[in-house]
Design a protein around this ligand. Structure first.
Ligand SMILES: [Zn+2]
Length: 549
């Protein structure tokens, strides 16, 4: 009897202690959170741009370079997700045109005005005395949140005006939660391309304004105690975004403030909708069951189980003047990194650079095909690795095709096969030419007698679109253009090995030969095979490049 009483008391104690230990962070609840949204800031641009003010936050806090945007990688769905703690499948925002009465997907929960509950709703309900504000320069953003739940809402035409208005208001009113949105880098990306000098400058210009904002907060003694979260909605490729590439989906996410680990990279996977739950966690308020969000626990000192896995400091990745690709000429590769305190180390044998790899100090001559890998090092930490697959290829003088590609997918005609442009998984990207039921039979000639060591051909494998790998590939050589003899062949059995690839670059093993002409024959499988939805219909054969090394 006595024993069971002790057990009872003990269980009570455990319960009480555990109720405490789930909230043992002395800095929770947060006294002020400022969420800064920078539209279209991609991982490469962030690492390349000189952003001392964002870097200060990163040093005082933690950064993830592997946070994922929701699909589609456009602004509305992602800015929705950041504050709504859910994805498009729950909140229903699938495009920039979403409004409270114009959508396709019904939200799983709505407030009395029809909005999926945001961070603003939660604060309004659970901390009714707290002030909130929302400053932005993209009008459509205001459609996503119930503005009635926000104390101060202000639209500006530019990010500079946004800060002119937001800074004094925040200092004067001391809101518990502020959301400041900046559209500038996205606009410049669309106009000049992601990664362009103009785009990098746009990020640097935003950073300058942030520096002024932080300075004003410091003067008002409101910087140290604030939790800052800096987020973005998607990256970009060329002039846009919305697609499926990692450059669009993977984005930076930064947090700094009391109780946050310092000068560390967050390695745990993260998603944009976790921003909302992280804010709720910082404010010690309940999140709705309908959110799928969870706090980014790895950023919190007291969440040791996750935080202790985040060992390394953030080090920006080096950039190079030489890109992956096919080259006729030799090249001089240089590396640069936005943090001058870093040391760049590199390898040329395909292995990952480590702290004892060669230090980059002068341009590296690229004469032969080579895989160059480099990384920046600072103290114990290493950046992401940059890999340059430099392929020195033989220049072709002329190419002739026996059968013409289908007019729908004829690109530059035969020249597409020697333009040094590699196709993507999208057969209509302009880099592929497509043959409908026909073989590829190409004769390539060189300026002079040439030693060739290998022939590789890029094919697309997209059976759902009726695009198949070839049945067989033969390479023949000739010194006079009349009599050809076979120098290499890939059999149907060998082609099977590429069955799961999207773009399959098939290398034809050849006897090294001195030659002036070569003939490449890739046999179309003819018709879509039995069991395929196009059974018996002509099959497509798509080729992007014939690479001679
Ligand atoms: Zn955007």
């Amino acid at each position: 009897m006595r024993n069971s009483f002790i057990v009872f008391i003990y269980s009570l104690l455990v319960l009480v202690i555990c109720a405490n230990c789930s909230r043992k962070n002395p800095d929770i609840p947060a006294k002020r959170i400022i969420l800064i949204g920078i539209d279209g800031m991609d991982v490469d641009g962030f690492q390349k741009a000189k952003t001392p003010n964002l870097d200060e936050l990163v040093k005082r806090g933690a950064i993830s370079l592997t946070t994922r945007a929701v699909m589609p990688t456009v602004s509305g769905p992602n800015w929705g997700s950041h504050l709504l703690g859910a994805g498009p499948e729950q909140h229903g925002i699938t495009s920039n045109g979403w409004t409270v009465d114009n959508y396709s997907i019904e939200a799983t929960i709505k407030d009395e005005d029809g909005y999926f509950p945001s961070v603003f709703n939660l604060i309004g309900e659970q901390l009714p005395n707290a002030k909130t504000c929302f400053y932005y320069d993209w009008d459509a953003l205001a459609n996503l949140y119930n503005l009635k739940t926000i104390d101060q809402v202000e639209f500006s035409k530019s990010f500079k005006q946004t800060f002119e208005k937001a800074t004094p208001w925040i200092i004067e009113n001391n809101p518990l939660f502020s959301f400041i949105y900046i559209g500038h880098p996205d606009e410049v990306g669309h106009e000049h391309q992601w990664g362009s000098p103009q785009y990098i400058k746009a990020l640097e210009d935003v950073d300058k304004i942030l520096g002024e904002f932080f300075a004003a907060l410091k003067d008002a003694d409101m910087f140290e105690g604030t939790h800052f979260i800096v987020v973005t909605d998607h990256g970009g490729v060329k002039h846009g975004h919305g697609g499926l590439s990692m450059a669009e989906i993977e984005i930076p996410w930064i947090i700094a403030g009391p109780g946050i680990i310092q000068d560390k990279m967050i390695i745990q996977p993260n998603d944009v909708y976790n921003t909302a739950s992280t804010i709720a966690y910082l404010l010690n308020i309940e999140q709705p069951y309908e959110w799928i969000s969870r706090p980014v626990l790895g950023a919190f000192e007291n969440e040791k189980k996750y935080a202790e896995l985040n060992l390394n400091a953030y080090v920006p990745q080096p950039v190079s003047n030489v890109k992956n690709g096919l080259y006729f000429e030799s090249a001089l590769a240089r590396f640069d990194v936005s943090d001058p305190e870093c040391v760049i180390r590199f390898t040329t044998n395909g292995t990952d650079p480590n702290p004892s790899s060669r230090v980059f100090s002068k341009p590296i001559g690229l004469i032969e095909s080579k895989v160059l890998k480099a990384a920046a090092f600072k103290n114990e930490s290493r950046s992401r690795i940059i890999t340059i697959d430099y392929r020195k290829i033989i220049e072709v003088n002329n190419i002739e095709l026996k059968y013409l590609p289908d007019p729908k997918y004829s690109g530059n005609g035969s020249l597409a096969l020697i333009d040094r442009q590699i196709g993507s998984n999208d057969f209509s990207d302009g880099k592929w030419i497509g043959f409908h039921g026909m073989d590829v039979e190409a004769i390539l000639s060189f300026h002079k007698y040439t030693d060739i060591k290998s022939v590789s051909i890029g094919f697309l494998n997209k059976r759902g679109s009726w695009i198949f790998l070839p049945d067989e590939i033969t390479v023949l050589a000739s010194v006079n253009g009349n009599r050809y003899s076979e120098i290499g062949k890939v059999t149907p059995e060998n082609i099977q090995a590429y069955f799961n690839k999207g773009r399959a670059e098939i290398k034809v093993g050849i006897k090294p030969a001195k030659t002036k002409f070569i003939k490449v024959i890739a046999k179309n499988i003819g018709t879509c095979p039995p069991g395929h939805s196009g059974e018996g219909e002509p099959a497509w054969l798509f080729v992007d490049e014939i690479i001679i090394e």
